[in-house]
Write a protein that binds this ligand. Structure first.
Ligand SMILES: Nc1nc2c(c(=O)[nH]1)N[C@H]1C(S)=C(S)[C@@H](COP(=O)(O)O)O[C@H]1N2
Ligand SMILES: [Mo]
Length: 333
């Protein structure tokens, strides 16, 4: 099957109540279960969560999770109240159970948004990433060290997929500009290229959809990377990022369509040319490099004038730059 961003009718998801993540982690730790990564998943969980046998619970989606000793001191991060919204926050269940993550499309499930069902084998512990290219401070970096070194904050952003669904979610992360400066790009570096993790033993989409140009790759112009809105995201709803949302580190550029927000980053490269991108390679006339949200520029196969809010399903007008014109419009004039 070849899927290229086809808007699907919105399926109503039922929000699930959730007991406190960190309380649970503490309990598991005290009985010696939380350290090895494998939280003994289903049998333990079903004993604790009667009536949730069919759907995975929020807790089950965070097994084998990126973690380090003391991580609870970094989540939730302090909220940055400069970023407030004109719309209702999407509930956590919807934001973590309706995802676009092609690496986790499984042929057994016609619902391509069900990544949460197929992330079990994705091992995102001890995450490290490589920085290379036109910069002075290159090499391999551990995410744990990055989280400890920089101050994380929480920001609630609008999030708009090119397929027209939109959400509003609280991300935890580090302003990307701080990270970029830390790597000391040279003045020849004009763009940044980023690459996602890819392993066919852990990702059914990579294994089965060979016609896609894995690994997923994206890019930004340097001024976009340095924009105050661009966030290197490590968390969602005050907790470390769930795997299906791009754990343990992804990008968020809220004024662009969602596919620019590359997940599970393993490589950052400073270059002096506009880099090719995953979706542009697949359909050049549908997915350009900039991909700024714009109600007046239709996708070749559908209008972008309106968007459908998750979870309530109501439509509203799309905002130019997804409502972030005051932060970004100057970059494009
Ligand atoms: N590696 C990778 N990154 C990705 C994608 C993907 O399939 N693979 N999908 C993109 C698209 S199309 C969107 S809309 C967002 C979805 O993010 P979410 O699932 O956290 O809502 O991730 C983007 N980043
Ligand atoms: Mo998307």
């Amino acid at each position: 099957m070849f899927y290229i961003h086809n808007p699907k009718p919105w399926e109503k998801l039922k929000p699930t109540d959730e007991s406190d993540y960190w309380d649970r982690r503490r309990i598991l730790k005290s009985i010696g279960l939380a350290t090895g990564g494998l939280l003994a998943g289903s049998s333990f969980m079903s004993a604790c969560s009667p009536g949730r046998s069919k759907e995975k619970t929020l807790q089950e989606t965070v097994t084998n999770h990126f973690s380090f000793d003391g991580i609870e001191n970094y989540f939730p991060a302090k909220r940055n109240t400069n970023y407030t919204l004109d719309r209702e926050i999407t509930d956590e269940y919807s934001a973590t159970h309706y995802n676009n993550f092609y690496e986790f499309i499984d042929p057994s499930d016609p619902n391509i948004y069900n990544a949460y069902r197929f992330v079990d084998r994705f091992d995102n512990r001890d995450w490290k990433f490589e920085v290379s290219g036109l910069a002075a401070n290159t090499g391999t970096f551990y995410l744990e060290e990055i989280i400890k070194k920089f101050v994380q904050e929480e920001r609630t952003y609008r999030f708009r997929c090119v397929e027209r669904w939109s959400m509003a979610v609280p991300w935890t992360g580090i302003p990307f500009s701080k990270l970029v400066s830390f790597f000391e790009p040279t003045n020849k570096a004009t763009y940044i290229r980023m690459i996602s993790f890819s392993d066919e033993n852990q990702m059914p989409g990579v294994k089965n959809m060979k016609h896609y140009p894995w690994p997923y790759f994206e890019g930004l112009r340097m001024d976009e990377a340095m924009n105050e809105l661009t966030l290197l995201v490590t968390g969602l709803y005050g907790k470390p990022l769930p795997k299906q949302n791009g754990a343990p580190m992804r990008l968020i550029t809220p004024w662009k369509y969602g596919y620019k927000s590359i997940k599970s980053i393993v490589k950052i490269e400073f270059v002096n040319f506009e880099p090719e991108t995953f979706w542009h390679t697949l359909a050049a006339n549908e997915y350009g490099f900039y991909s700024n949200v714009d109600p007046e520029v239709p996708h070749p196969r559908w209008s972008q004038a309106r968007e459908k809010m998750i979870p309530n399903g109501s439509w509203r007008p799309t905002l130019k730059y997804n409502g972030y014109g005051e932060y970004v419009a100057w970059m494009y004039s």
